[in-house]
Design a protein around this ligand. Structure first.
Ligand code: SF4
Length: 424
């Protein structure tokens, strides 16, 4: 295990929690600058300032909660919130690893885990960052086996570094939405969640508590929808980056459900009376974002600065629908993950119509498809989607970005700028 000696010469003592923390802070040059810049730009909005404060304190406060004897676990930040809060566990979204991590994570991925350079940047960044955080208090990871093979390999590797990896077997939405098969898949997945609850806590899930958490989530999703509806007529009151944080928050509440919901209430009351914020370019071009929760925050800023605004969001956090009703709370969760009643889950083909409805409803004039470098799955999804929307006459651009800390490349920003200007 010679790697530590190989990495130490760059000046970081990665075996020390304290040093790792200081080093991490010193490396937060880009994403943090964008967050703080956007926070300043929104100084007229107490709601957005509060939203960013929640985001900035999220991981450290959850880790402190764990140090104080509470429980926290790393999750995908997509569907887990009701289950985790019902189990008394604070969920920490792994997207925060790319966003608030350090550049050293990529060195660890390549030098210690021996991941090839062309590996998916998300897998490399999260593996490296977890390794650097191996002396931090949160050691539980809750993951699906279905994500992709690179991530499955990542779970194997990180499990050998002192992390407890709770893997969940899963299924996909059946072809042609066959209702009988779908019911079987829902039962299977609900049983997996019941089993997960026992593995995590030693006892069955409290069904009433889970039902209450689902009710809370549906209430929160209703508020997110209300904000996005109000934002249609004043898009730059909440700029694109802040809107992404708002939507992502519905997947974990930044570890503070009451504060997150109060922030949504504040934003609703602000938007109801807010003065219109004009674009520096005059006209505002409504756009759609389809794909990953992008880590390169300069892309959002560039969109806003050159006259666009992302109004329609199709990201892993499904905010468009309430969780559906099913026989039990765990079946409700399973049905939601499999695409709910609307059938938006599974194959990218299932998602075409829901995305089309979203685009129509929000009047988007162009689509930004976003994926991470090295992800062949997203490339295929976007090809299917691009062709479909091209036939409908909707223009689009495919962007590949990196997951880890770092500025967006100049080339990426130039392409974004050219695309928005073409639509102006
Ligand atoms: S971005 Fe693609 S390859 Fe990377 S972890 Fe996600 S699905 Fe897997």
């Amino acid at each position: 295990m010679s790697l530590i000696t190989e990495i130490e010469p760059v000046g970081l003592d990665i075996s020390s929690t304290t040093h790792a923390k200081i080093a991490t802070r010193s490396e937060l040059q880009n994403q943090l600058e964008y967050i703080n810049g956007s926070k300043r730009d929104h100084s007229y909005s107490p709601g957005i300032v509060k939203l960013y404060d929640l985001a900035l304190s999220y991981v450290e406060d959850a880790e402190q909660h764990a140090r104080n004897g509470g429980r926290a676990a790393w999750v995908g930040g997509i569907w887990e919130a009701p289950l985790m809060y019902a189990l008394g566990i604070v969920p920490i979204s792994l997207t925060e690893l790319g966003r608030l991590g350090s550049n050293d994570a990529m060195s660890v991925a390549e030098d210690y885990f021996q991941l090839p350079k062309e590996s998916c940047s998300m897998v490399a960044a999260v593996l490296g960052e977890w390794y650097l955080r191996r002396n931090h208090p949160v050691k539980d990871l809750i993951v699906f086996n279905r994500s992709c093979e690179p991530l499955n390999l990542g779970w194997e590797l990180i499990g050998k570094e002192g992390f407890n990896v709770y893997r969940i077997e899963t299924v996909n939405r059946p072809r042609n939405n066959d209702p009988e098969r779908l019911a079987e898949h829902v039962t299977f997945l609900a049983e997996e969640f019941a089993d997960l609850a026992i593995r995590l806590t030693g006892k069955p899930i409290d069904q009433d508590r889970m039902a209450n958490e689902i009710a809370r989530l549906n209430r929160i999703l209703g508020k997110v929808r209300q904000i996005l509806e109000l934002r249609k007529s004043n898009p730059l009151y909440i700029k694109s980056l802040a809107t992404m944080f708002l939507i992502m928050g519905s997947g974990h509440y930044f570890g503070k459900p009451e504060q997150y919901e109060a922030t949504l209430d504040l934003l609703i009351s602000e938007l109801t009376v807010a003065d219109f914020i004009p674009s520096p370019r005059g006209k505002i071009i409504p756009l759609a974002w389809v794909g990953g929760r992008g880590q390169e925050f300069g892309v959002y800023k560039t969109v806003d600065d050159c006259g666009g605004a992302i109004l329609a969001w199709s990201t892993p956090n499904i905010w468009r629908y309430d969780w559906p009703e099913a026989k039990t709370p765990l079946e409700t969760m399973a049905l939601h993950i499999l695409g709910g009643i609307g059938g938006h889950g599974g194959s990218p083909v299932h998602r075409l119509k829901p995305i089309q409805r979203l685009i129509e409803e929000y009047g988007a004039q162009g689509i930004l498809f976003y994926s991470y470098v090295g992800c062949s799955f997203a490339g295929i999804h976007h090809e299917v989607q691009r062709e479909y929307f091209h036939k409908l006459g909707i223009r689009s651009i495919s962007l590949e970005g990196s997951f880890q800390v770092g500025p967006p490349s100049g080339q990426l920003l130039t392409r974004v700028r050219a695309f928005v200007e073409m639509l102006t």
